[in-house]
Design a protein around this ligand. Structure first.
Ligand code: FAD
Length: 425
């Protein structure tokens, strides 16, 4: 009898659990290594801070976070949130409970090794050599696999901008990665830089404790409705001074604390250089369809695209790659994959997005991407209702920040949803 082909999943967050479940269902012999002591990744809230320069805290979760997407689109296609949770925009603990129940429902736990950190992945002639450090025994052994799923998450390594005068500023600075509670800012004047989902939400939390918050951003439209009282919106910082900053409109402010909500970097510290993957300005390459390592197509990255419906894109990428890993589809020749990558990037640059940092940004493109994955691998696409619901939620975290989380959605069928009891658009 043929030996089962072996799959290594790095990480047991939302993406890793999905890769593990689908690999097992596809008849592969899969194991997920998780360096933490529990599953759930991002959704684990802990007040833990780094102990020294080399210590890494994984999760960027903070107290009081409620999701910026409704739970109706945050479930997996084959496993939804329980119907007895009335709210659509839920707490991090409810997401964590959901991931635990997913792991239990699909009997994943026997296949997850907690406190096992993958520290080195190296391609051999016919397989992968994976060095795994068992934190509980402090031993490190090589294990051999046919396929590798890289699901290590990408909200841990801060991406800090290079702003003139940073070294002059005499107050405190931090990145949103280590933001945990608003009370740290009691009676302070705070500058928050960046108006992505985290910057907007954290501003809304911090303003409750702080004396004043300045939110610096370059959104094309100023979100007037979202903030009241003690928040002043500012353009980009031109330069820092000892007490504060000068902004690009010539105004200046003084403050005690700066928080950078400026995003994260993709990093893959456990991949050896002969894995053939480079990250240049946050563009991970060369990848086919944003997930397959073109230099070694038996390795897949799950969840790199952003501005997406995370759980659904993870599930589609995993089902897509499994069609190839199980031999039901054949990869195109390397040159073809590279040519496709070049074409896509050329199109992106042609649309004015000549910024490598945005190479994995999706937004509206994600629906074209889903169609493509579904067509190429012959897998089920995301349901139209998920697409419609996502359209209804778009950008609400900017323009309806103070109200959107009270909306309640109900999925009626594959096409239709209700919003606050009424038919959705
Ligand atoms: P993670 O959840 O980060 O999991 C990665 C796992 O890999 C971790 O458990 C880590 O310990 C493990 N790991 C890393 N390296 C190794 C290694 N070498 N060996 C072994 N294990 C390793 N998404 C939404 O859908 N809705 C939201 O409302 C939302 N809000 C968010 C709010 C914040 C503050 C952040 C940071 C993200 C939010 N997201 C949201 C995005 C969210 O991160 C994704 O939806 C999803 O949880 C990412 O899952 P992941 O598995 O890719 O990564």
């Amino acid at each position: 009898m043929d030996q089962k082909r072996r799959v290594c999943v790095i990480g047991a967050g939302t993406a890793g659990l999905c890769a593990l479940k689908n690999s097992l269902e596809a008849g592969l012999d899969a194991v997920a290594y998780e360096r933490g002591s529990q599953i759930g990744g991002t959704w684990i809230f802990s007040e833990e801070m780094p102990k020294d320069d080399y210590d890494e805290v994984h999760s960027s979760m903070y107290e009081g976070l409620r999701t910026n997407l409704p739970k109706e689109v945050m479930g997996y296609p084959d496993y939804s949130y329980p119907e007895d949770i009335p709210d659509s925009f839920i707490t991090s603990q409810q997401v964590l409970d959901f991931l635990r129940s997913y792991a239990d429902h699909f009997k994943l736990r026997p296949h997850i090794k907690l406190q096992h950190e993958v520290i080195r992945v190296r391609p051999r002639l016919d397989d992968w050599e994976v060095y795994v450090w068992d934190h509980s025994t402090n031993t490190c052994d090589p294990v051999y696999f046919d396929f590798v799923y890289v699901c290590n998450g990408h909200y841990t390594e801060p991406d800090l901008p290079d702003i003139p005068g940073m070294e002059l500023f005499g107050g405190k600075t931090m990145h949103s990665h280590l933001y945990r509670k608003a009370d740290k800012f009691t009676d302070e004047k705070v500058l928050i830089i960046g108006a992505g989902p985290s910057g907007m939400d954290i501003t809304n939390h911090v303003r409750v404790a702080a004396k004043h918050v300045f939110l610096s951003h370059h959104l094309p439209t100023t979100p007037n409705t979202a903030f009241m009282g003690n928040v002043t919106q500012k353009p980009d910082v031109q330069r820092f001074t000892k007490e504060g900053a000068v902004f690009t409109d010539g105004s200046s402010e003084s403050f005690d604390h700066v928080m950078f909500c400026t995003g994260y970097k993709y990093t893959f510290p456990c991949l050896s250089t002969d894995v053939g993957i480079q990250v240049i300005d946050n563009f991970v390459q060369p990848l086919w369809k944003h997930c397959i390592n073109i230099n070694h197509p038996t390795m897949a990255f799950v969840g790199l695209p952003f501005n997406v419906i995370p759980t659904h894109i993870f599930d589609m990428q995993v089902r897509f790659t499994l069609k190839f890993f199980t031999g039901q589809r054949e990869f195109p020749p390397r040159e073809e994959m590279l040519a496709e990558l070049e074409l896509e990037i050329g199109e992106r640059w042609g649309c004015g997005v000549h910024n490598r940092k945005k190479a994995h940004q999706m937004g509206e493109r994600q629906f074209v991407y889903y169609n493509e994955l579904a067509r190429i691998a012959g897998i089920e696409n995301i349901k139209p209702v998920i697409h419609k619901l996502m359209k209804d939620c778009g950008k609400k975290y900017i323009f309806e920040l103070d109200t959107y989380r009270s909306n309640r959605y109900t999925i009626v069928d594959d096409e239709n949803f209700l919003k606050n009891g009424r038919a959705g658009a």
